[in-house]
Design a protein around this ligand. Structure first.
Ligand SMILES: Nc1ncnc2c1ncn2[C@@H]1O[C@H](COP(=O)(O)OP(=O)(O)O)[C@@H](O)[C@H]1O
Ligand SMILES: [Mg+2]
Length: 363
């Protein structure tokens, strides 16, 4: 296994710039997730790392070796695609052993390695089956097995679970996490599914329009989004984001026809933020019901999605449309007025799209 280092990689197709100055590292043995909306450049980036595409500029290192001038075969990476094309005329055993056969690995060793991987992935009972005799989940495991059996320095995954149904996805997600623990392998994993990113990633890199928005642990990305893009992209239902204005004293926030004493949230922002236009972010689960006199926001419930344990309550609060995730014990009906506030610690403030950071403001 080895670390991966991507340095200032840019890519244009004709005049279209798809990646701009992307730099990041994946540590040896780390599970790193690239998360972004469709079209953000994730696949292009993986293909560049694998050598299937050439960067317009930038460098790629695996371990200490510069690999961007090398052909794919010489990079020692395994790529698992969304469309895991297995060879239909070959058995599972032959599919798993194919790359090793090409490498002229001795037969007995191929047998050992294939059997070991099949056992690890619990497809050892299917070794003599053809792909069409397998379930979707078993096929995906064979695709994984083909990568693992090669013992590459680096694994690249491009939305490998997106063709599976929701239940299978959830269980494969857990299996992948366990597999990573057992193999201790360096993995770079592309997804647009945030549940996958949050549960699998030791490090998450959020990409939008070909540039990195934030890199961090899942909890950083969720609890301290660096900008309004990350704030709105990560979290379901999405974070409520609305425009407001801080007053000159740095104590009150005006937003959407409401005015709230915000000194609790603003006191340690310092003076620099007084009078600024801001975007306020509050996650649906951070809005709590309260007495009318304590409310920051009040409005009528327009629509209620009942999930059993919780409800997503869609509200119109004067000029604002919000979603609150409230426990089912509140017996709210459509049309009822709901009074809401939040813990100041849970309020995110952004100026010109960028997080106003309380800790850095203090420092
Ligand atoms: N070979 C290509 N020629 C021209 N444009 C491309 C090519 N490959 C990808 N693109 C464009 O680059 C952008 C990013 O594509 P891609 O990396 O596949 O996105 P993602 O995997 O994040 O959905 C898209 O706008 C896509 O249309
Ligand atoms: Mg893609």
């Amino acid at each position: 296994m080895a670390s991966l280092s991507v340095e200032k990689v840019s890519k244009s197709f004709g005049r279209t710039r798809v990646l701009g100055d992307v730099s990041f590292t994946v540590d040896d043995g780390e599970f790193c997730v690239l998360l972004g909306p469709s079209g953000c450049g994730n696949t292009t980036l993986l293909r560049i790392v694998a050598g299937l595409e050439t960067a317009s500029s930038g460098e790629i290192r695996i371990g200490a070796d510069r690999v961007d001038p090398l052909p794919p075969r010489a990079r020692d990476v395994a790529f698992v695609f969304q469309n895991y094309a297995l060879y239909p005329h070959m058995t599972v055993f032959e599919n798993l052993g194919f790359a090793l056969r090409l490498q002229k690995v001795p037969k007995t060793e191929i047998h050992e390695r294939v059997t070991e991987v099949a056992r690890l992935l619990e497809i050892d009972a299917q070794l003599q089956h053809k792909p069409q005799q397998l379930s979707g989940g078993q096929r995906q495991r064979v695709a994984l097995g083909r990568a693992i059996v090669r013992r590459p320095r680096l694994f690249l995954f491009d939305e490998p679970l997106s063709n599976l149904d929701a239940t299978l996805r959830a269980s494969m997600r857990v299996e992948l996490a366990k597999l990573h623990e057992r193999l201790g392998a360096t993995m770079l994993y592309v997804t647009h599914d945030q549940a996958e990113a949050m549960t699998l990633g030791e490090k998450i890199i959020v990409l939008n329009r070909g540039s990195i928005q934030q890199t961090g642990k899942p909890s950083d990305i969720y609890h301290r989004p660096a900008n309004t893009f990350v704030a709105g992209f990560v979290g379901q239902p999405r974070m409520n984001l609305f425009d407001g204005q801080l007053d000159e004293n740095g104590t009150r926030l005006k937003a959407g026809g409401f005015e709230v004493d915000f000194s609790g949230a603003l006191s340690n922002l310092g003076d620099a933020h007084r009078g600024l236009p801001v975007t306020v972010g509050i996650r649906p689960e951070d809005l709590v019901e309260c007495e009318p006199q304590d409310a920051w926001l009040s409005g009528a419930a327009d629509f209620i999605e009942d999930l059993g344990s919780d409800r997503f309550v869609h509200l119109t609060c004067r000029n604002l449309r919000l979603v609150a995730r409230l426990p089912a014990r509140f017996k709210i009906q459509r049309g009822d007025t709901v009074n809401l506030k939040a813990d100041f610690e849970r309020v995110h403030l952004f100026h010109q799209g960028q997080r106003l950071d309380r800790e850095t403001a203090e420092a």
